[in-house]
Design a protein around this ligand. Structure first.
Ligand SMILES: NCC(=O)CCC(=O)O
Ligand SMILES: [Mg+2]
Length: 323
């Protein structure tokens, strides 16, 4: 005789809802958005259907729309023309540059929004790398100086959360000290602590025109084969003052998210990257998957694995679905 019948807890929608262990909410999301120069522009990224690069004027309208849907956090990335890029990513800390102006205008117009930034050289680097390049090598400590200037420019513009995404060693401590010295003790840092050298960033590099001009990022981003190394990165960033630890990408790294959530008390964020978005979109456009259902399942699995926060290009569609 069968005493235990787990199916009893699945027998109706009401009971399934009662026993559901993981729930998504619009509060879990940070929506990544792209800004570019110009005006009146809303330009779709080919490999990311329904995701756009906006000029600042149209971006402000879009932020109004997403905040009206209940999204409370966004992360901004810039697309710069090749003519603005150089070896030292000089444009990244120019106080009059598009990105810094965009941050301060967004913060002025949406004071309650949690505004997250990106700190890395690649959108502004003529080498397309996240660090300063000398003789084909990515220099670590020399890069920190440039990241520090970016961090201060972004903090002055009113950013709430800085997002160092470059994987240079020691950057969290370096940036934290600079911020504190300048009185920005309240500005948070979400460290891209555990960022893998992944093929799933392809569409993002299209969005920014930021693919590396030579080689790959394997001397700074992590080897997809490794998980113990994630703990080392997490310990260093926690000790250096990070407020959040991020794992990136998310979907092929659910075990890494789980390991981080089990080992750290800081909130764990996961970046559901462009390639993960593009896979579902492409399959759905072909009629091979139900796009909404696949999206919800992917997002839920990231949360179930232990992510408290999800950076996702699906955030707006999720909010629309739940509205
Ligand atoms: N620093 C941010 C990213 O590299 C995002 C990658 C992606 O969405 O593929
Ligand atoms: Mg590190």
């Amino acid at each position: 005789m069968l005493i235990n019948r787990p199916r009893r807890n699945r027998k109706s929608a009401a009971i399934r809802d009662l026993v559901q262990e993981t729930n998504l909410s619009v509060n879990d999301f940070i929506f990544p958005m792209f800004v570019m120069e110009g005006s009146g522009i809303k330009s779709e990224i080919k490999s990311m259907p329904n995701i756009y690069r906006f000029s600042l004027d149209t971006l402000i309208e879009e932020i109004k729309e997403v905040t009206d849907l209940g999204i409370k956090s966004i992360c901004l990335f810039p697309n710069y023309p090749e003519s603005k890029k150089d070896k030292y990513a000089t444009e990244s800390h120019n106080p009059n540059t598009l990105y810094i102006k965009a941050l301060s205008e967004i913060k002025n117009k949406f004071p309650d929004l949690a505004l997250m930034t990106d700190i890395a050289m690649d959108p502004y680097s003529s080498d397309g790398h996240d660090g300063l390049v000398e003789n084909g090598q990515i220099l670590n400590d020399e890069t920190l100086d440039i990241l520090g200037k970016m961090a201060l420019a972004q903090a002055r513009a009113g950013a709430d959360i800085l997002g160092p995404s470059d994987m240079m060693d020691g950057r969290i401590g370096y940036i934290r000290e600079l911020l504190d010295d300048e009185g920005f003790t309240n500005v948070s840092i979400m460290s891209y602590s555990v960022k893998y050298a992944s093929a799933f960033y392809g569409p993002f590099r299209d969005a920014l025109d930021s693919a590396p001009k030579f080689g790959d990022k394997k001397t700074y981003q992590m080897n997809p084969a490794n998980v113990r190394e994630a703990l080392i990165e997490g310990q260093l960033d926690a000790a250096e003052g990070a407020d959040f630890l991020m794992v990136k990408p998310a979907f092929s790294y659910l075990d890494v998210i789980k390991t981080m959530a089990d080992n750290f008390d800081l909130p764990i964020a996961a970046y559901n990257v462009s390639g993960e978005y593009a896979m579902i979109k492409a399959a759905a456009q072909n009629g091979w998957l139900d796009g909404d259902k696949a999206m919800l399942e992917m997002l839920l699995s990231i949360k179930r694995a232990g992510a408290k926060i999800i950076l996702s290009y699906f955030a707006k569609e999720y909010a629309q679905l739940k509205a």
